[in-house]
Design a protein around this ligand. Sequence first.
Ligand code: DG2
Length: 248
Amino acid sequence: MSTGTLVLLRHGESEWNALNLFTGWVDVHLTDKGRAEGKRAGELLLEHGLLPDILYTSLLRRAINTANLALDAADRHWIPVKRDWRLNERHYGALQGRNKAQVKDKYGEDQFMLWRRSYDTPPPEIELGTEYSQDGDPRYADLESVPRTECLLDVVTRLIPYWESDIASDLRAGKTVLVAAHGNSLRALVKHLDGISDADIAGLNIPTGIPLRYDLDDDLKPLNPGGTYLDPEAAAAGAAAVANQGAK
Ligand code: DG2
């Protein structure tokens, strides 16, 4: 049996993406634009004959709802779903709920980029019991402790074992696998797939709502390194907008 196909999808624009706020594990809704992006993602899947056999999502509604809209548009709303916290966005610590441009102005470009894009420097920890912390949230009841901040290395550390134990098995079984997740959880996965260095991953930004296809060999190494966006022009514009998010 030949190896399946992987499709990565960052959720459509969220309310906090639109407000330029650090989001992390805060469970915000999609905007109308984000919902339209979800539907368009499904139309792209259909146009390219990329019909998912199984969906993986985080536990956050922006990824869950984007995937539902996409699968509905692709007539694949009925496929099995697996949801796991390990696909969640990276926990943005005490930055959750804060405006990106204001954080950049207050702490300077270097510190802002260190928190946002360095591989191993997490933002300051969020205080337990505050508005945007997730302690006590029932969806994380099985975790030994809910993160209070994470850097990208932490996301790689939690996500890759799940990739190996679950997602990779479905790909080895020849399935078309849709993974609906987030800017940084998908950066962690792409880093692993494409073997991107700790330094170079800083320059990689993932646009909202555009499916990214990976064809994989038997060792699950990409036959198309970097993947192939189903709408490359929109993806380039979207990635540039993400890179520029501190500027607004
Ligand atoms: C964004 C990513 O995550 O932000 O948490 O603010 O994909 O869930 O909207 P998403 C957030 P950056 O790391 O690009 O600033």
